[in-house]
Design a protein around this ligand. Structure first.
Ligand SMILES: Cc1cc2nc3c(=O)[nH]c(=O)nc-3n(C[C@H](O)[C@H](O)[C@H](O)COP(=O)(O)OP(=O)(O)OC[C@H]3O[C@@H](n4cnc5c(N)ncnc54)[C@H](O)[C@@H]3O)c2cc1C
Length: 415
């Protein structure tokens, strides 16, 4: 995040996270990428020990009780060491705990949020199913009431922490005949009888986070494990999409930042045709464009964080801002990583420099937490809704009337 807009407190927080990021053992990053480690419990324990889990979670449950802008600062610095670690840092503490704090009972907050903030346990999110992730309302995992309990059957796919999590936030169909937004429930499901991690995926990047398939077979859980009550899953989902997508955006800024730093250093030292390659515009402009894009990513993350923190912006506009921030940051990061690899030449394509890992890792940002196509469609829907309000606002100049022949109404044919 930009130093010049940070308070002294925020700078201290950033430095605390930087110290944690420096602590991360190099072997952990390499072993996760080599899939020698399936779940880095030690990393989460250390984050918990330093009270660096749950930036926005209230202090009484062990978090920092701060705002989105602070979470943006933390997310960027956490992303620097490893995208996979950043993902694990966010899913349990910032997504699942956020949902429990907002929609769970006090009992659940004590049972899950408090130990998770200490890094003692981990909670994963199971939304995506083998039949598809984009179509949330098409969820087929089912929960059927039996006495005072609910019995779950189904499967979830690509769950980060399928290996390693103690709890899963599972969306299940509880009223198949109801309209889409009333048919689903978000349950907190412990790793109990009937819960099985089936298949750990071989991933292009973001490795070592135990991403796998979770099978649920006659899993019996009490009704008190439902967040926001039975059939209340839609609002949990809507709320979770803010930390999912804004959290992805801030950690993506941090994850790609080292690529720019490495490329800047390399192009200043590397010589060709008797001079440093940064002097060739084709090289220097790629680095310059990357710096511009990184700052643009930050600006977007920061303004969206401010919008959420303000509490003054409509839910629809927040949806648009969060979605466009996720789409923009993921695409900019991909371009930065590619440009930074390019200016290193052949050595950039090897594991002598970590740019190839960064590139593999951040490619995921365009797919997960809602693909960029889905982000685009949300932006489209919300923008056209906003546009109606903008058009109805008399205080805005209607520039359409400023064309020489704007009064030629017969030429303005729409059908
Ligand atoms: C490494 C990894 C970790 C993940 N972690 C988690 C996790 O922890 N928890 C979890 O629940 N999920 C997780 N996911 C799942 C991820 O969020 C989904 O993969 C993603 O939402 C896309 O869903 P899908 O793969 O089923 O693709 P599909 O929904 O089948 O989509 C396939 C393609 O069709 C496009 N498409 C679909 N519908 C539309 C539409 N209406 N308009 C335009 N285009 C459309 C999509 O954009 C995409 O390009 C993870 C995925 C990966 C790879």
């Amino acid at each position: 995040m930009f130093d010049f807009i940070m308070t002294e407190e925020q700078k201290k927080l950033r430095d605390e996270v930087r110290a944690f990021t420096k602590w991360v053992p190099r072997e952990l990053i390499l072993d996760m990428d080599a899939e020698k480690i399936q779940f880095p419990h030690e990393y989460l324990k250390e984050a918990g020990r330093r009270n660096l889990l749950g930036t926005r979670i209230p202090k009484k449950y062990g978090g920092r009780g701060l705002k989105w802008v602070d979470a943006g600062i933390v997310g960027e610095e956490i992303g620097v060491a490893s995208y996979s670690l950043a993902c694990l840092h966010g899913v349990g503490a910032d997504l699942v705990c956020d949902a429990i704090v907002n929609f769970g009972s006090e009992e659940l907050k004590q049972e899950i949020v408090v130990p998770l903030m200490k890094g003692e346990i981990y909670a994963a999110e199971g939304l995506t199913e083998p039949r598809g992730g984009s179509d949330f309302f098409g969820t087929t995992t089912q929960a059927v009431k039996d006495g005072d309990d609910w019995v779950l059957n189904g499967q979830k796919r690509f769950v980060v922490g399928a290996e390693g999590a103690d709890w899963f936030l599972i969306y299940a169909l509880t009223d198949p005949d109801a309209p889409p937004h009333k048919r689903l429930t978000a349950f907190m499901v412990p790793r109990t009888a009937g819960v099985e991690s089936k298949y750990i995926y071989g991933l292009m990047g973001v490795r070592g986070g135990g991403a796998g398939r979770v099978l649920l077979e006659d899993v019996r859980i009490p009704e008190r494990y439902a967040l926001n009550g039975i059939h209340g899953g839609f609002n949990v989902f809507l709320n979770m999409m803010i930390p999912e997508r804004l959290g992805t955006s801030d950690m993506t800024v941090g994850a790609v930042r080292p690529a720019l730093e490495i490329a800047t250093r390399y192009t200043s030292k590397r010589k060709a045709f008797g001079q440093a390659i940064r002097n060739f515009q084709a090289v220097g402009f790629k680095v310059a464009d990357s710096a511009m894009q990184l700052d643009s990513m930050r600006s977007m993350v920061y303004s969206t964080c401010l919008a959420v923190d303000s509490g003054q912006v409509s839910a629809g506009k927040i949806r648009r801002m969060v979605s466009q921030t996720k789409k923009f940051t993921s695409e900019a990061a991909w371009e930065i990583a590619n440009n930074c690899m390019q200016v290193l030449g052949g050595i950039g394509y090897t594991d002598v420099f970590p740019i190839e890992r960064i590139l593999r890792d951040i490619r995921l940002s365009m797919i997960w937490v809602g693909s960029n196509e889905i982000m685009q469609s949300i932006v489209q829907t919300e923008w056209y809704k906003e546009y109606k309000e903008i058009m109805a606002d008399d205080s805005i100049r209607d520039v359409e009337q400023d064309a020489l022949n704007s009064d030629e109404v017969d030429e303005k044919v729409y059908e």
